[in-house]
Design a protein around this ligand. Structure first.
Ligand code: ARG
Length: 219
């Protein structure tokens, strides 16, 4: 019991737990962000003045305020309206709401990147507006959107460290625990940075590979 335990046997499980929560947080945030982001992108592209305004204001406001502030606002704001979310739920919601604004811009610019001549050609061949979007514009837009969405996932993994401030037990939070318990301020951070790097580098490599395959097969 009093034998000196190694750093790993004492704190290894905290790093593992933190990493798993970081990944879960990013996964939930990306799902929320992709769904809401698509909605806001469509709002921004809508001819309806009101929807367009809502889309623009949301995207500009979220991108123009720090995630740190948004995380606190979601955490305390949900309590004010009587919702008692766990810190994980509040953190994932804050990250998802934040990511939605960036995803909306990715999708909007992906759709805009398809030359307008494509729309004109499709329309003059007699395709309706909806069919032009579905069969001509979107298949081409997705090629520009998917890689950018992959980058967003990598960003969300890193930015998840911010919601440690509302007590989400992700990697950065656990690092603080280890720093305190081990009286070592630097070493745990070094481990954590390496874990983040392995995650983000691994994912961007995998995405780059998928991207190349897609370019080759044209699908
Ligand atoms: N660091 C940025 C901020 O504090 C958050 C960026 C989030 N980016 C993203 N692509 N989801 O506002």
């Amino acid at each position: 019991m009093f034998a000196k335990q190694s750093f790993w046997s004492k704190y290894g499980n905290l790093f593992i737990k933190g990493t798993l929560i970081t990944l879960a947080l990013a996964a939930v945030a990306v799902v929320i962000g992709s769904i809401l982001g698509t909605v806001f992108a469509l709002f921004k592209l809508s001819p309806n003045f009101l929807l367009k305004a809502v889309g623009n204001i949301y995207v500009e406001y979220v991108r123009g305020t720090p995630l740190l502030v948004q995380a606190f606002m979601v955490f305390f704001g949900t309590q004010v309206i009587g919702l008692n979310l766990s810190s994980f739920a509040a953190g994932a919601l804050a990250m998802g709401l934040n990511s939605a604004a960036y995803v909306a811009e990715i999708i909007r610019s992906g759709i805009n990147s398809v030359n307008y001549g494509q729309t004109e050609a499709a329309r003059s061949l007699g395709l309706s507006k909806g069919k032009t979007m579905r069969f001509i514009i979107l298949p081409q837009a997705i090629k520009n959107i998917l890689p950018a969405l992959g980058n967003e996932f990598v960003t969300v993994i890193k930015e998840g460290s911010v919601v440690s401030v509302i007590g989400v037990g992700e990697l950065m939070f656990q690092t603080g625990v280890v720093q305190g318990a081990s009286f070592k301020p630097f070493f745990p951070l070094l481990i954590t940075s390496m874990i983040y790097f392995v995650l983000t580098f691994g994912i961007s490599r995998a995405l780059g590979y998928a991207e190349k395959r897609m370019a080759r097969t044209g699908r």
